[in-house]
Structure formats: C-alpha cells, structure tokens
Design a protein around this ligand. Structure first.
Ligand SMILES: [Zn+2]
Length: 511
C-alpha cells in the first residue's frame, strides 16, 4: 500500500504525440455545471478536449487512447483497465477507488458521466501516460506536458532585455553548482548578461530578433516580455521588460507553484516555440523543474510553472516598478506534533499483565522525537514529555494553536477478547488519508503483528485538528503477544523508525 502510485515506472519516450496531425474534433457534450477545456500538449493546441467539473479535469476513453493509453473493460464490464506499456490503472465507473499496479487507493474523485460517456479524472492516468498536466479553468484550458519532453537537456532561453535592435551573438554560460551554498547570494540584476546563481545551473542565450515567423502567436510590441528567470537559494526572480502584475496559485498532485503574468508575452524562438525551462540541480531540496510558456494569447499571459518536490510556503513581492517579481520560498522545517496518548491519572488501556498503555505511547513517542531531532527538515513538537494529563480536546486545540504541519497520535489498543491483535491506523479528515495510508503500511511492516487496516473514525484528536492527522493503534495490549512486542524496546525503535520514515515519505524528503 505504501508504494501505491509511486511504484508506477512510466516508460518515458514511449509516447509519440503529434498534435498537428490530429483532426478528430471533440464530441464531448456536457452537463450545465461542466465546462469544456481545450487541450494543449507541450504548449501546442490540439483538437482534443477535457471536461472540467468542480476544478478537476476529466478525459474520455478516446482522449486517453490519443494520449497513448489503451482502455479495456474487464471483470465482465464492471471495471476498466487503462494500460500503457507494462503499467496499469484499474477503476470502476462511478467509484472513487482506483488501483495502480495492483495497489488500491481511495481518490477524492470518481469517474463522471457526461451525456452517456464515462470520463476519467486526468489525475488518475497522468503518470501512467507519462504526462503532467495543468488544469486552468480560468482560461478554459488544460495543459499537458510530456515528461520526456521535460527531461531533455534543458536550456533556459531568454531574450536579453537589451535596447540594441541587432541580434547578439549566441552566448552560453554555465554556472557550476556548488554543493553547499555558503550564503544567500545577492539577487541578480535583471539586466545582467550572466545570471550568477547558487544551487542552479542556467544556460543563458540570446534569442534572434525577428525569429518565429512560423509561430501562430501575434505578439503586441506594447506588452512587457519575460526577460529572465533566476533561481538563487530560496529566491526566484522573474524579470520583465516592463511592469507586470504577477499572480500565483499552488496546485497539488503533483505539487506545483504557478505564477501567471497577465498582459505579458514571451517572444518566440527561431523554431516558433514560446516556452522554455531552467535547469535545477537534481538535489535541490524542493524544486524539480521550472518551465515557462506563453499559454494564452487573448489576453496574452505568460505562465511560469515551478514543479515542487513537496509543498512549500512562499511569498510574492513585486519590485523595480513592477519589472521584477520576487518569490521567496520559506524553506523552514515541518513541525510535527507527537502526541503520546493518555498520561497522568489516565493510564489508557491496561495490558494482559497489568501494564499501562500510556507508558508504551510515551516510550515510542520519545524514540520518534530522538529520531526527528536528527532530521534537518522536520522539527518534533512533543505534546507531553512526561506523565502529565491533557484532555483530547486540549490536545487538538494545542496542535491548532501551535500551527504544526502534522499531528501523530500514538496509542495502543484494548479488546474484550484476548485473541484480538494487530495494528490499526485512524484518520478522519480527507486531508489526512494519504498520511494514514503511508503510516499504516510502514508500521504494519515494523510492528509485525496483524494488519487491521486504515480506518475512519471520529476520534477527537484527529477530528478537531485542522492539519493532516492520524491516530495510531500500534497493537492490542490485551493480547499477550502484542503486549510483549509493544513493551520490547527493539520493536518500539522499529516502530519509531517507521513513523519517521513515513513522515519523510509524506513530504518527499530524501531518505
Ligand atoms: Zn489510547
């Protein structure tokens, strides 16, 4: 379960989409609440489409086939199988459970029906098809990027904001990537010919003036155009030749930060493309890729997409009279509240031999704390470090007030029957399911008792907390074998390691 979608190994390069030879017009009719999204592939408009409902993009079986997948009914037509190469996604029409390579996951979406056609959430099949996509209901478009296109040797192509009309000779400057930046470097000047950066590698070259006659886009000379995109430490600088009003929004699955520059343009390169990317060091802590394109013509809008390895807070400011947009990423550690259940006059469950649950909970919590203190990007916050009592409502309130990013409540279980044993993981809010699924898979492996699955229950500490939160029932203390294991320091250590690994997996932190 823990590997779920990640186990898909997408065959890059297997897709051969040629947008220009497609002539089949979309025939998708849709309900009133739906809207039709035009589909762009690698920045080129196609005649395919998607349907947007409640902010999500859905595609027909026909579009999946055009994107390189096969779709077949299986199980006497009760399920569908989408395949690309060796990879498979299965689902049942109208249901939200989706299976990736044999691992089932609960999705927040399900298939929808529009005028008799079954439509599939694009996010269910994007990895399978080897694409990333960006749903933009504002412009009625969905942008599909083939991942193999993104993995080409990357060069950033920017137009020098020089007033000289004559084309400059092509220049190419590679800035070596220091492994450990010594200090925050000053922001590079927008009109600097060489972008002095830390942590990224940029190739900068001049665009020939007057190129791009084959490009269908008519650019207004009056619009400011993109001059430079530079990443230095935790600061991204976007320079334009005139004032712009940038807008940002964040997307998940996968995590992206999108920066739109309305009323701006990108001048097309000689090959007619008005897009490019910036090389980011592979070991960058949170950014995997930065791309930009002219994605809308009327009104002309430049879009910069920052592919993130994990969610990260950011702040946007505009300087230099609107000619420079600065995005500062807040690369501070994630705060994780570790809640050792019960304490004080509340012993929790009483074990088969008369020992207390509160002691197991604190022993595991303390081991988690020790492990997390060695992590740069995770900061443990202990709800209790000693044997004090705090009510469940006060625990949830403390988590919300502190503003921690995650909440992990550690418990052990009790049952009327001494034969009941095993690990259960509880969540309540939808934003906690992924954490619960990752935690459960890892802890079941570490605790080596029975797998009693991920469950949804209204426990106060996971119902009232606003951040992703889970309640772990590590095992049953009323079972003599589970009790022996949970009081065993070596088992406690393995469980603590599983909890820490799960948090790192949740945040896509390198292990
Ligand atoms: Zn408990």
């Amino acid at each position: 379960m823990r590997n779920g979608r990640k186990s898909l190994s997408v065959t890059l390069g297997a897709l051969a989409i040629c947008a220009t030879v497609l002539s089949t017009a979309p025939q998708l009719a849709h309900a009133d609440s739906d809207s039709l999204l035009l589909m762009y592939v690698d920045g080129k408009k196609t005649e395919w489409s998607a349907v947007e409902r409640d902010g999500a993009a859905y595609v027909s079986f026909d579009t999946i086939r055009k994107l390189g997948g096969t779709v077949e009914p299986i199980q006497n037509g009760s399920q569908y199988s989408v395949k690309q190469g060796q990879n498979e996604v299965r689902f049942t029409a109208g249901q939200s459970t989706v299976s990736y390579g044999g691992f089932s996951e609960r999705s927040e979406l399900s298939t929808i029906t529009a005028d008799g056609s079954t439509l599939v959430p694009l996010e269910w099949v994007d990895e399978l098809l080897g694409v990333r996509f960006l749903n933009d209901p504002l412009t009625g478009s969905v942008f599909v990027f083939r991942m193999d296109a993104g993995s080409r040797p990357i060069e950033v192509t920017v137009r020098e904001p020089s007033p000289q009309p004559a084309p400059k000779p092509q220049t190419s400057i590679r800035v070596p990537v220091p492994s450990i930046p010594a200090a925050v470097s000053p922001l590079p000047a927008a009109d600097s010919a060489h972008e002095e950066t830390v942590g990224v590698e940029i190739v900068s070259k001049t665009w020939p003036v007057g190129g791009g006659s084959s490009h269908p886009v008519k650019l207004s000379d009056a619009l400011p155009s993109l001059a430079a995109v530079t990443l230095a430490e935790d600061v991204l600088t976007i320079a334009t030749t005139g004032a712009v009003t940038p807008q940002t929004f964040q997307l998940t699955s996968p995590n992206r930060l999108v920066i739109d520059l309305p009323e701006a343009s990108v001048e097309p390169a000689a090959d007619g493309t008005a897009e490019g990317s910036i090389a980011v060091a592979p070991d960058h802590p949170y950014i995997s890729n930065i791309r930009y394109s002219l994605f809308n013509v009327e009104p002309s809008t430049v879009r910069i997409v920052i592919d993130l390895k994990r969610p990260i807070a950011h702040a946007l400011e505009s300087t230099d009279e609107g000619r420079k947009a600065i995005v500062r990423f807040d690369n501070k550690p994630f705060q994780v509240m570790i809640d050792a259940g019960h304490g004080g006059h509340d012993p929790g469950a009483i074990s088969a031999t008369g020992r207390y649950e509160k002691d197991v909970n604190l022993a595991v919590a303390t081991k988690v704390q020790a492990l997390l203190e060695k992590e740069d990007m995770i900061e443990p916050v202990m709800l209790r470090s000693g044997d004090g009592y705090t009510s469940p409502a006060e625990r949830a309130e403390a988590a919300n007030r502190t503003g921690v990013d995650l909440f992990v409540s550690i418990h052990a279980n009790t049952a009327a029957s001494a034969s009941v044993r095993g690990t259960e993981t509880y969540y309540w809010n939808d934003n906690s399911y992924r954490l619960a699924a990752i935690m459960h898979g890892n802890i079941v492996e570490a605790a080596q008792t029975a797998d009693r699955k991920v469950k949804r229950e209204r426990f106060v500490v996971i119902r009232e907390t606003t951040m992703p939160s889970v309640l772990l029932e590590l095992g049953f203390l009323t079972n003599i074998e589970d009790e022996r294991r949970l009081f065993d320091e070596a088992v406690q250590q393995r469980i603590a390691e599983a909890i820490v690994e799960s948090i790192k997996e949740y945040y896509n932190l390198q292990t």
